[in-house]
Design a protein around this ligand. Structure first.
Ligand SMILES: N[C@@H](CCC(=O)N[C@@H](CS)C(=O)NCC(=O)O)C(=O)O
Length: 209
């Protein structure tokens, strides 16, 4: 087996990294990417990550020529063009825009959930802003409601960029907000997630306990 030609700045607890890992599993490309584990936060950045991605965020993917791709959407698009199977991001047509929009909705849930994590874990208690946190939580709730009302059939039909994003977002809610009890309000989403959680790609990429 040849050595990996790319390296991924990686953290097992990052849901954005998880999306990349799930796609690598689903498309049979795991052995092409070496993982470089990094611990970082907005107030404890990594010089290695910053060198290729000035925003200082994970994931970032270093290619064989030394160039660095970021963020997760760009990396997913790139990796989806490196395998010979059915693309997980439709190449054109209305399906492309719909699937990418669902993926974007999942990213919006993640952005809000990660910001809440920073607000509650990193920010000193006396500087926290409850209304701001509640507004982020509202974004998550609205997204869940829309997925439940409009997207179950679309998520069920294909485990692609949209489904990977939503599955990783739900997994992150379970990881960081176990008290949210989203399954009680969104039973179809819960059934769908119970099903896709069994996929080897999801099992192999679960966040740390
Ligand atoms: N839009 C970015 C978001 C990535 C992101 O927020 N990553 C978090 C880890 S889960 C991070 O690196 N945060 C560090 C920071 O915000 O400085 C993507 O899709 O890759």
């Amino acid at each position: 087996m040849s050595s990996p030609s790319m390296s991924l700045f990686y953290s097992a607890s990052s849901p954005f990294v998880r999306k990349v890992m799930v796609l690598l599993h689903e498309t049979g490309q795991l052995d092409r990417v070496a993982l470089e584990s990094v611990q970082l936060s907005p107030i404890a950045p990594s010089a290695d990550v910053n060198a290729g991605n000035p925003a200082g965020k994970l994931p970032a993917l270093r290619l064989a020529d030394g160039s660095v791709l970021h963020d997760s959407r760009v990396i997913l698009d790139y990796l989806d063009r490196q395998h010979v199977g059915e693309p997980l991001i439709p190449l054109d047509g209305p399906a492309r825009w719909r699937r990418l929009t669902l993926a974007s909705l999942a990213d919006a849930m993640l952005d809000a959930a990660v910001l809440i994590r920073y607000e509650t874990f990193l920010r000193p208690e006396e500087k926290r802003w409850d209304a701001w946190q509640a507004a982020q939580q509202d974004k998550i709730e609205r997204a869940l409601a829309q997925l439940e009302a409009e997207a179950i059939a679309e998520l069920t039909c294909h485990f692609d960029i949209a489904a990977i994003g939503v599955a990783c977002a739900l997994g992150y809610l379970d990881f960081r907000q176990p008290e949210l009890n989203w399954r009680q309000r969104y039973s179809q989403l819960a059934d769908w997630y119970a099903d896709v959680s069994q996929r080897p790609s999801m099992q192999a990429t679960q966040p740390p306990v």
